[in-house]
Each structure stands twice: as structure tokens, then as C-alpha cells.
Design a protein around this ligand. Structure first.
Ligand code: HEC
Length: 104
């Protein structure tokens, strides 16, 4: 008789461990989805920006820098991101258009 009880409680502890693993897996999956919760890019240039400029550091908000800052930054970062001249020019235009307006 005692051996039956042990078997049952062993089985239920196995089940609850499996349930815990599942909960952990679901929690991880949910947090991964949350991390990628940026709205979909609206333009190809925005997609390029997200794909090429967020690998080494967090993506900067275009509005966090002035147009002149972006000119200076892009001299260095277009090389970092391996952009072609055309891509760099287009991206700089987009960043300047969306740049912060407080400083020139
Ligand atoms: C190969 C890695 C790498 C890639 C790719 C990269 N960066 Fe950077 N970025 C850095 C490093 C390292 C720094 C900090 C060093 C520095 O300021 O010189 C930095 C700094 C910055 C800063 C802060 C500059 C400041 O003066 O405050 C901005 C904004 C930025 N990057 C934007 C971009 C943009 C836009 C792109 C895409 C075109 C890009 N980064 C791609 C490595 C990278």
C-alpha cells in the first residue's frame, strides 16, 4: 500500500515540474515578443534603419538629435553599418526630416 502512494505522489510531482517548465517557456516566449514590440516599419528606409543601425547599440530616436548632429553621426555610422553612399544619403535625409527641431 505505501508503495502506491509514493508512486502517485511521484507522478504528480513530475506533472507539476512539467507544468512549471511550460510556464517558464511561455513566459520566455511572451517576453521575447514584448521586446520586439516596435510597430511595423512604415517605409523601406525605416526598415533599413532598424535592421542596420540597432546591431551594436539601441536604436536612437531620430528626434533625439538635431539635423546637424545626424550629419556628424552619419559620417561615422554609415561606415559602421556598411551602407552604400546612396543608402547613407537616403537614411540621412530621413533622419534629418525626423530630427529634433530644438537645436539646428
Ligand atoms: C559596428 C557597430 C555599429 C553600427 C552598425 C552602428 N553604430 Fe552607432 N555607434 C557605435 C559605437 C561604438 C558608438 C559609440 C562610439 C562613438 O560615439 O564614437 C555609436 C554611437 C552612435 C550614436 C551616438 C553618437 C553621439 O554622438 O551621441 C548614434 C546616434 C548612432 N551610433 C547611430 C547609428 C546609426 C544611425 C547607425 C546606422 C547607420 C549606427 N549607429 C550603426 C557602433 C555602431
Amino acid at each position: 500500500m505505501p508503495s502506491t502512494i509514493t508512486a502517485v505522489s511521484f507522478k504528480s510531482s513530475l506533472l507539476s515540474r512539467r507544468a512549471t517548465l511550460w510556464l517558464a517557456a511561455i513566459a520566455v516566449a511572451v517576453s521575447v515578443v514584448n521586446c520586439a514590440s516596435l510597430p511595423p516599419p512604415r517605409t523601406p528606409i525605416e526598415a533599413l534603419y532598424r535592421k542596420r543601425c540597432g546591431n551594436c547599440h539601441e536604436l536612437a530616436e531620430p528626434g533625439a538629435y538635431s539635423g546637424n548632429d545626424w550629419k556628424r553621426i552619419m559620417v561615422q555610422m554609415s561606415g559602421n553599418a556598411g551602407l552604400s553612399d546612396a543608402q547613407a544619403a537616403e537614411l540621412l535625409g530621413w533622419l534629418m526630416k525626423n530630427s529634433g527641431s530644438k537645436t539646428p
